[in-house]
Design a protein around this ligand. Structure first.
Ligand code: AMP
Length: 486
């Protein structure tokens, strides 16, 4: 995301984190957990383990099943504690040295950390640390936390982590370990998810509950906003070092990012999406429509909700080829265009002669919608309407969802009517802010203290964007031009 001052120093990532404590197959559980969290990041992944004596690590570019397919790699990841990470960094250099979990030999011993979310003041802190002599190995914001842990004067590892985190701002769900404990922390607003599970005597931390399901672990609870859990031989100790705060969980996780089979903060993601679709049908009905068609896969649950509430048949009018990555995240416009064509095809038999309502979760640059509308028209649709299960996406995310700069967001530049024209539909409607809040179980959006982080729609950022506000005074984080080993 180019909201950092330098294009080659991207710090903005989408990620999944996982950790297992107290299991002889900790690394294998972690590989499986990361596989279930693959939707949160497909570019690179890694696992660090410890047997209480030594640490073992494997990090690679690419998908989890390829990175950990080698039996020798898995055998080498010894120990009863493991933490893992998968990531997608926006554009720019895909550096092997940025792959997490990061590991460091600190004064007290080995320490590893995996981070989901983005800090909003890492460059400011980094400049200060470099002044004091810190030598950075990566360009990630996570390494800033590690340096702050390394230089903390506190006595215990959890206290050092709290000391470090009291200096950072932004979004973080962290899983860390030293040789005898695993630590999980969620930032004071709980912007990114993190939950606790149990598998017999072992404890699990994961971005989403779908990663517990894959290993047959029980869901225990979500880690609370601002909570730190320290997991060791004695069990789980919970701390609230930043006081008790009202959560501002990212509402876009419900709309798009989380897996529909996950539960986050007590809600089924699938159910939330269906509710949003139903609310959208009430707010923006198309009574004359013949069929409701999801833009697969992310539009499916909302389209089911829309179809049920409007009593119009749901049809898979678009078939997705599953062997192509998410088009949105391909780095160049050229490939993005190509990718959309490769990814979706109209199911002509069900489209021809019909008045179609397409349901998708969001319009970002409008590339997908434009192509799909054209495709549906070519397949012979009589009329094409588009319904979007999020409010217009007008503002860039600084907390860990990959979005382009605000000026590249279609809704930042055009009115709903103009967007409708641009994507070529007969009508376009988005869910309203209050409609979205109703769908997720609130009566309305509380304007004073919003119940969720919805900055991408409202521009109401719950955490100050310190580096972004101070771009002129922030220096380049690295001068090294490095080629990725892709
Ligand atoms: P666009 O073609 O740029 O308008 O992108 C819209 C499509 O991207 C929608 O179908 C969304 O499901 C998907 N999308 C929205 N946000 C993201 C994201 N952060 N990462 C990947 N895909 C996304």
């Amino acid at each position: 995301m180019s909201n950092t001052p330098f294009d080659d120093d991207k710090l903005h990532e989408e990620c999944g984190v996982f950790g297992a404590f107290g299991h002889k197959d900790a690394a294998a559980l972690t590989a499986l957990g990361l596989h279930a969290l693959q939707h949160r990041g497909q570019e690179a992944c890694g696992i660090v383990t410890t047997d209480g004596d030594h640490f073992y690590a494997h990090r690679a570019l690419g998908l989890v099943d390829q990175a950990f397919e080698d039996a020798d790699v898995m055998k080498g990841l010894k120990g009863h504690i493991a933490i893992g990470h998968n990531r997608y960094a926006t554009t720019g250099a895909t550096l092997v040295r940025n792959i997490q979990p990061l590991y460091a030999d600190l004064a007290f011993g080995g320490f590893a950390m995996a981070h989901n979310g983005n800090l909003t003041n890492p460059n400011t802190l980094r400049q200060d640390l470099v002044q004091k002599g810190s030598i950075f190995q990566s360009t990630t914001d996570t390494e800033v936390i590690i340096h702050l842990v390394a230089t903390s004067k506190k006595n215990t590892v959890p206290d050092k982590i709290v000391d470090a985190l009291s200096q950072v701002t932004g979004a973080y769900s962290l899983v860390a370990c030293d040789e005898n404990q695993m630590i999980g922390v969620r930032d004071p607003h709980g912007i990114r998810p993190l939950c606790l599970g149990k598998l017999n005597d072992a404890y699990i931390l994961a971005s989403e509950s779908c990663a517990l399901d894959i290993i047959g672990a029980d869901f225990v609870r979500d880690i609370e906003a601002g909570e730190m859990v320290v997991i060791n031989e004695k069990g789980v100790q919970s701390h609230h070092p930043f006081g008790k705060n009202a959560s501002r969980f990212c509402i876009f996780e419900y709309i798009y990012f989380a897996r529909p089979d996950s539960y986050v903060d007590g809600h089924s993601v699938y159910e939330m999406r269906k509710n949003i679709g139903a609310e959208l049908a009430r707010e923006a009905p198309v009574p004359t429509a013949d069929i409701i068609v999801p833009v697969p896969d992310s539009g499916v649950p909302a389209a089911i909700g829309y179809a049920e509430a409007s009593n119009i048949p749901f049809e898979l009018g678009i078939i997705r080829n599953h062997y192509v990555g998410r088009t949105f995240i391909e780095p160049t416009d050229q490939i993005r265009h190509l990718g959309v064509k490769m990814k979706h095809n109209a199911n002509k038999a069900f489209i021809e002669g019909k008045e179609v309502v397409l349901v998708d979760d969001s319009i970002v640059r409008g590339t997908t919608s434009r192509k799909i509308v054209e495709m549906i028209r070519q397949a012979g649709a009589k009329k094409v309407h588009m319904r979007i299960s999020s409010p217009p996406n007008k503002h860039s995310c600084f907390y860990g969802i990959d979005t382009p700069d605000s000026q590249d967001l279609l809704a930042n530049q055009k009115t709903v009517e103009e967007i409708g024209k641009y994507i070529g539909v007969d009508s376009l409607a988005y869910i309203s802010d209050d409609g979205l809040y109703r769908a997720v179980g609130e009566t309305e959006r509380n304007a004073e203290n919003p119940q969720y982080c919805d900055a991408c729609f409202t521009g109401d950022y719950p955490v100050r964007l310190i580096d972004h506000e101070d771009q002129d005074n922030i220096k380049r984080v690295t001068n090294l031009q490095e080629h990725s080993a892709k």
